[in-house]
Structures are given as structure tokens and as C-alpha cells.
Design a protein around this ligand. Structure first.
Ligand SMILES: C=C(C[SeH])C(=O)N1CCC[C@H]1C(=O)O
Ligand SMILES: [Zn+2]
Length: 597
């Protein structure tokens, strides 16, 4: 009797999953049409289709509730029912659902179409984030130009989103409660399926903080050398507009004038890429070739036909890089306003990692076609990029020339990796600690900007270039806040990608602990079928099992730990401690003198 009921449940859920897959395909196509051509008409179409789909989701959800799945024997079947027993934002009444969608698409359109006036020519007012503003932050060494650009961007992309954001918080929290969560913070954390997710984030930060503080102190000194102590203080936070990135989330653009051994050869590959006539298409083909060298899956023909890899000139699109699964097993795309730089070569691999995950789990039921947890999906491409960024690989593809490593070039290489990976962690941690407080109501709207900067000063040791007030709303000047994309996934990714990298490097015979001829920093898993097969097997699981099972399949570990990252950067940490002692640099930062609360 029980088996018969379970078999009935299995037949039902398989039919439901196919129908759900078709709805996801329709929703993805409508979202693509809107974000690849931002018009009122396409926004209305997208919202209408999602409203229509939510009605079908609700009917399916009512049906699913009639099955006594909790008592089933088959764990995979139970897991499918558990995921389908959560309706999502469709639980909102139509009018509130529409309002929620409008507030998010309004913020996203504002972000994507924001333009500012040039500092050098205030009649030129068509500067967009990509490529114009990004290039100013990558190249300008003029603190006044950087300050102007920072302030103007935060005015148009941040402050203007505050009203929509406040409504979004209210409605999204209502949806959370209708799904039996306390608030959206609770809902977002449920995706990680561990009872103490926030404590785990705090523990990881405790583990990495000493390394970050040493790197922060060293960079603050080199910036003070560059700009003078009237611009960069000796003991305070670092002004956020001087770090080469609008959000100070990665500092790779200041590498050329802050690296430990400046007389060693340039390791920035952007110039070499330009000299060698790289194109966006070549960057994508290189990445595809790397995945194929691991015996993973080639990008299908439709990918090359349907993707948008350069910014169109005839319309507004969402330029923030994204990878898309259309849930039909054939149609996978990337949309990216690619420019020929080392930073975008890494981003291309990041996005191609998403598509490789889609390709590996495409045979799963559609409900399991997602990352083992959201951090896994963000870690795949970055893990490959750790090999691509190694001197060994860059020499292999001719992007850097000359001799093998010596102690000083290795420190320069670790520094280059550290100002990309280590400095990102407190930024990522801040962004969702801020939003957890917003969704919980511990941060009321009248304190949004003050709390945002308190967290950024406390964790990242950065300060805004000018005073801030509650007329500002700087958090929304970051894409993921305006586009309602959870961010702890990147914090998790930047930790677990080093656990993945270490496991893959062992499998590739590229890394042996304590063997100085096979160090993690110079590991390149290129062409290792052993590594590729292990990675592929983990990716094929999708979210069919709890993520510790997937993590264990690849690394033997069942928890996210900072040990991979700390081992990778150990030589840099030792060097920074010695260097900061030599220069007598103050470690940490005193309260900012900028007024923002
Ligand atoms: C490239 C993407 C698309 Se999923 C991205 O948003 N990333 C990749 C790393 C961190 C984060 C960011 O840009 O803030
Ligand atoms: Zn991503």
C-alpha cells in the first residue's frame, strides 16, 4: 500500500517537474527579452508573463500539498516534494506581486541606464558604468576625478533607488512570511540548509581577518606613499574611491603601483591581451577550450548563436555579466558587455563556469538544476580561473614571458591574487550583513545609509570620499542590491573555491602538501582529465543532495573552511607581517573622520 502511494507520488512529481520546466523556460525567455532590451513594453510583457506563470505555480502547489510525501522512503523523491512544497513570491496576492516586480525592475532599469557627467568635461554627460566609469576607476590617478565619479554614480544609481528599495523590502518580507519564514534574511539563509549559517560566516571572517588586516595596512601605506598623507591617513580607514573599483570590492587595478617588488616584470596581462589583438570572442573561445581540456562539455552551438558578448550600440541592456539556463537542455547563454582586460578574462571564466554547471546537471529534474548551494554556482568558474591566473598557465598561453618564479615574483603573484580574493571577503560579508539587518527590521529605513557605512568601516576599513546623509542610499549603487541578488553566495564562493582548487590540484598531480616544487600558487589543472572528471561528477549532482555531500565528493571535506585559502596565501601573510613591522605600519584602523551618521 505504502509503495503504491509512493509510486503514485513519483509519477505525479515527474509530470509536475516537466510542466514546471516549461514554465521556467517561458519565464527565462521573457526575462532575457527585457534585460537584453530595456523598454517599458518589454518590462510589461515580462511582468505579465510572470503573473500568468505564478497562477499556474499556485495550482501545482495546491495539488502537491495533497501528497503525504513526508513519510516516503525514497530520499530523492522526498527532496523533490520538499522543494515543490515552497510556493515562493507567487504566494503574494496579484496586486502585491505586481508591485514587488515593479519595484525590482524599476531599480534594475535605473541602475542599468544610469549615466553621469565627465569630471574633465561637464558637457559630456553620457558616461555609463560599463565601459566608461569602470575604465576611469581602473586608470585614473587623480583623487578629485575619482571622487567626482564616485559621488555622481552614487547619486544616480544609489539615492534614486531608495523609494523602490523600501517598498521592495516591505513586500518581499510579506512573501517570506507567506512561505513560513520570519523574514527574507531567514528565507535566503534557508538555501544553505545549515542551522547556523550566519555563525559559520562569522567564524570564516575570524579566520581570515588577520590576513586581511595585514594586507589592508600594507596597501594603505603604499597609497599614502602615492597620494600623500593629506589624502590617505596613517591610521584611519582607506578612502573607498582610491582602490581601483567603484565598490572597493577588488583592488586589482592598483596592483601596478603598489606591488611588493615593483622592479619585477609586469604581471598585468591586459596590455599583452591588447598587443595580441584579443577580442571578446577569443576570450570566450579560450575559456571553452580550457573546460574541454578537462574532458568537460563544449559550449553547444546555440550558446554561440544566442549569447550577447559585446555591448550593443542601439539599445539599453543590463550590462552586468550573467549566465542563463533556459531549462530545455539546449539553450544556454551569457550576456556580458565584454572589454579586453585581465579582469574581464576572469569574469568570462566566471560566467562560463555557470554554463558548465548548467550543462553538467541538465539531465537532472528541473527542480534540481541549481547549485548544491548558491555559493557552489559562483565558485565553479572562479576555481578554473585560479589555474588560468597562474604564471605557469599565463606563460603557456603566451600572456606573460620570461623566467620561472623566484621568491620575489612569487610574492608579487600572491599579492596580485590577494588584492582580488582576500579583499573581496569583507566587502561580500558587509553587503548581506547589511541586508539581513534591513529585512529583520533592526536597520530601519531612516538609518539605511548610516548602518551601511558603519559596517563597511568596521569590516572593510574603508570610508566614503565625502560626508554622507540619509538623502543618500549608497548600498543600491551596487548591482546586486538594485537587482535583488543575494550576495552571501560570493562570500561562500571565495572560501570554497580554494578548497575545490586544492582538491583538483592534488588530482592533477600539480600540488603536494609540503612539497615546494608543487605549490598551490603555481598549480594549473589545464588538460587534467582526472581533475575534470571529479569536478564533472560533483557538478552533475546539481542540488539533488545536500551540499556537504557534493563538497565531500570533490574535496573529502563536509564543511566550508578557510584552510584552503589560508594555505594558498601563507607565504604572503608571512611577508606582509614582516614588511608591516619593518615600516612600523599601524595594523587595523581608527574611527573615520568622515561624517556619515
Ligand atoms: C560576475 C558576476 C555575475 Se554572477 C558577479 O556579479 N560577481 C562575480 C564576483 C562578485 C560579483 C560582483 O561582480 O560583485
Ligand atoms: Zn556568478
Amino acid at each position: 500500500e505504502l509503495e503504491a502511494l509512493e509510486q503514485e507520488g513519483r509519477d505525479y512529481i515527474q509530470l509536475l517537474d516537466k510542466a514546471a520546466g516549461l514554465r521556467k523556460n517561458r519565464a527565462s525567455l521573457a526575462e532575457w527579452e527585457y534585460t537584453a532590451n530595456i523598454t517599458k513594453e518589454n518590462e510589461d510583457k515580462w511582468i505579465q508573463i510572470r503573473l500568468d506563470i505564478s497562477k499556474q505555480d499556485k495550482v501545482a502547489w495546491e495539488e502537491t500539498k495533497m501528497y503525504k510525501w513526508q513519510g516516503f522512503q525514497d530520499n530523492t523523491l522526498k527532496r523533490m516534494f520538499k522543494k515543490y512544497s515552497e510556493l515562493g513570491v507567487a504566494a503574494l496576492p496579484d496586486d502585491k506581486y505586481q508591485q514587488l516586480m515593479r519595484s525590482v525592475s524599476g531599480m534594475e532599469a535605473n541602475y542599468a541606464t544610469s549615466k553621469i557627467c565627465s569630471y574633465k568635461d561637464n558637457t559630456k554627460c553620457d558616461l555609463a558604468l560599463e565601459p566608461d566609469i569602470t575604465e576611469i576607476f581602473a586608470k585614473s590617478l587623480d583623487p578629485e576625478e575619482l571622487k567626482h565619479t564616485w559621488v555622481e554614480w552614487h547619486k544616480t544609481a544609489g539615492a534614486k533607488a531608495r523609494a523602490n528599495f523600501t517598498q521592495y523590502v516591505q513586500l518581499y518580507n510579506e512573501a517570506a512570511k507567506l512561505n513560513d519564514y520570519k523574514d527574507v534574511a531567514d528565507w535566503w539563509q534557508a538555501d544553505y540548509e545549515v542551522p547556523n549559517f550566519e555563525e559559520q560566516l562569522a567564524k570564516l571572517w575570524d579566520d581570515v581577518k588577520p590576513l586581511y588586516q595585514q594586507l589592508h595596512a600594507y596597501v594603505r601605506k603604499r597609497l599614502r606613499d602615492m597620494y600623500g598623507d593629506h589624502v590617505v591617513s596613517a591610521r584611519g580607514p582607506i578612502p573607498a574611491h582610491l582602490l581601483g573599483n567603484m565598490w572597493a570590492q577588488t583592488w586589482n587595478n592598483i596592483e601596478s603601483f603598489t606591488r611588493p617588488y615593483p622592479d619585477k616584470k609586469e604581471v598585468d596581462i591586459t596590455q599583452a591581451m591588447k598587443d595580441q589583438k584579443y577580442t571578446p570572442l577569443k576570450m570566450f573561445q579560450m575559456s571553452d577550450e580550457f573546460f574541454r581540456s578537462l574532458n568537460l562539455t563544449a559550449m553547444p552551438q546555440k550558446f554561440w548563436q544566442n549569447s550577447i558578448i559585446e555591448k550593443p550600440t542601439d539599445r539599453d541592456i543590463v550590462c552586468h555579466a550573467s549566465a542563463w539556463d533556459f531549462y530545455d537542455g539546449e539553450d544556454f547563454r551569457i550576456k556580458m558587455c565584454t572589454v579586453v582586460t585581465g579582469e574581464h578574462l576572469r569574469t568570462v571564466h566566471h560566467e562560463m563556469g555557470h554554463v558548465q554547471y548548467y550543462l553538467q546537471y541538465k539531465k537532472q529534474p528541473s527542480v534540481f538544476r541549481e547549485g548544491a548551494n548558491p555559493g557552489f554556482h559562483e565558485a565553479v568558474g572562479d576555481t578554473i580561473a585560479l589555474s588560468v591566473s597562474s604564471p605557469k598557465h599565463l606563460r603557456r598561453v603566451g600572456l606573460i614571458s620570461g623566467d620561472a618564479e623566484d621568491e620575489q615574483t612569487e610574492i608579487n603573484q600572491l599579492y596580485k591574487m590577494g588584492i582580488d580574493k582576500i579583499v573581496f571577503l569583507p566587502f561580500a560579508y558587509t553587503l548581506d550583513l547589511f541586508r539581513y539587518g534591513v529585512f529583520r527590521g533592526t536597520t530601519p529605513p531612516e538609518d539605511y545609509n548610516c548602518h551601511y557605512w558603519r559596517l563597511r568601516e568596521a569590516l572593510q576599513g574603508v570610508e566614503p570620499p565625502v560626508n554622507r546623509t540619509e538623502d543618500d542610499f549608497d548600498a543600491a549603487a551596487k548591482y546586486h542590491v538594485s537587482a535583488n541578488v543575494e550576495y552571501a553566495r560570493y562570500y561562500v564562493s571565495f572560501i570554497i573555491q580554494f578548497q575545490f582548487h586544492r582538491a583538483l590540484c592534488s588530482l592533477a598531480g600539480e600540488y603536494v602538501q609540503e612539497d615546494i616544487t608543487r605549490k598551490l600558487v603555481d598549480c594549473d589543472i589545464y588538460q587534467s582529465v582526472a581533475a575534470g572528471n571529479a569536478l564533472g561528477n560533483m557538478l552533475k549532482m546539481g542540488s539533488s543532495k545536500p551540499w556537504p555531500d557534493a563538497m565531500e565528493a570533490l574535496t573529502g571535506q563536509r564543511a566550508m573552511k578557510a584552510d584552503g585559502l589560508l594555505e594558498y596565501f601563507r607565504p604572503l601573510y608571512d611577508w606582509l607581517v614582516a614588511e608591516n613591522q619593518r615600516t612600523g605600519e599601524h595594523i587595523g584602523w581608527e574611527p573615520s573622520k568622515i561624517h556619515y551618521c
